[in-house]
Design a protein around this ligand. Sequence first.
Ligand code: MN
Length: 270
Amino acid sequence: MLQEKTRGLGMAAAGVPGEGKRPHAARPFLFISDLHLSEAIPRTVAAFEHFIRVSADQADSVFILGDLFEYWIGDDMLVEPFVARMAALMHTLSERGIALYIMHGNRDFLMGKRFMKAAGAIWLPDPIAITAFGTRIALAHGDALCTDDRGYQFFRKFARNRLAQVLFLAWPFRGRRALAERMRRKSEAGRERPVALNPAKYDVTAKGVAALFRRARANTIIHGHTHRPARHQEPGGTRWVLPDWELDHGTPRGGYLRVDAEGFRMLPLD
Ligand code: MN
């Protein structure tokens, strides 16, 4: 099940523009997730713009491990000026010789080829194993590791079903938009209480984590989704949890993981 298209630094197989020559193989890999971008959070959007233009400028590769957007109802969202602007912004990475890899999250799993092309991005399956600076790392969004949330795992299976996706995408754009807005409002209203009552149910499980270490034959995992940034020492190795980004509501938060010859470092937004 676990795919390894991008083994090692030899991600050339995935067709990264400018890949193969790799004059800057010592440059860092940067990992982010859970930005939940939408027009409703302009400060968070501005932080992402700064990250792409400035923070990522000396990077070898940028990995977005899911939930870049608050929701994704089909690549026809590219007709929206905001979405087109975000895609154009990300496309500047490949123009600067910086590879961009995007994994689906539980909110934007309908992002397709058209969007990837517009953003100059390579789609990554979830999970996937890579090797960076000699460390074998399993990358995942994180939702599949929350194996105690049975209701969600059932929904996930259904939502990733190709036929269900084709039927959904055949709907008129406005219908899909209305449904996405309704689901978003419902999850905002209904999520906080159950999470407060039973936080463990909505976190990754030891079982899910151990299985990923084993399947990936990796001693490091990087994932997001839970919005609980941390560095955990697990029986199978080290597990890095990426922070979500939120600069418009509540306590400002965000950040990224930098991997280079000196190791792993969780950094705040600059
Ligand atoms: Mn998520």
